[in-house]
Design a binder for this molecule. Sequence first.
Ligand code: ZN
Ligand code: FE
Length: 254
Amino acid sequence: MLAIHAVPAFKDNYIWMIEDGGNAAAVDPGDAAPVERFVAERGLALSAVLATHHHMDHVGGLLALARRFRCETFGPAGEDIAGLDRRLSEGDRIDVPGIALSLETIDIPGHTAGHIALFGGGMVFCGDTLFACGCGRLFEGTPAQMVASLDKLARLPGDTRVYCGHEYTLANIRFAEAVDPGNAALAARKARESAKREKGAPTLPSTVADELATNPFLRCDEPAIIAAAARHAGRALKDRVEVFAAVREWKNSF
Ligand code: ZN
Ligand code: FE
């Protein structure tokens, strides 16, 4: 049986540790030290490192971990990340070394140009593209690219567990309430996620179904969100990419 653990790093990053009691894989290790502590405390061997995109808060510990544990490293084909053994793009499937998990690569450009998600075992690791009730900033991509990437994630099975790179959920929900105030599922989610944070627990993983019901960036077809985005932009918006772009800009200054 695989277990997934959230190892906190920096202010609000999560390094996802996938382990089977003997071996472990680290997803997006921005820092090596918390991963080293995690495996040492549990007597695990690090057998793989996986990266979703090149930002340092996701790959800062990759090289040190690869050297120390002599484990294989995987990451996006389209990004310049030092120390990658295998460069993955759309459709590439890997057997994660050491653990019984097969993951499929999905290209999801937008936050960065080569960003990938890894999907398998009922889970998706999506870095800084899809957040709980939010999405990443467009540092290297266009709104149209990000909409296409979010669409790919939204089409995964509804019960897919969504492992994001940051604990941004409550701030994202505050913004979602401004965009989508009549959404009862959002109000219910706010109560649920607030209770988790009060206990110091991560709000993640979420599920694709939860995101479809509450994440404004996946709901740019909803009349209430189209209207709110147009109101905020001060003009009519001609399609869902324009709606998405207006909501993303609104969030940037919220
Ligand atoms: Zn990032
Ligand atoms: Fe990040």
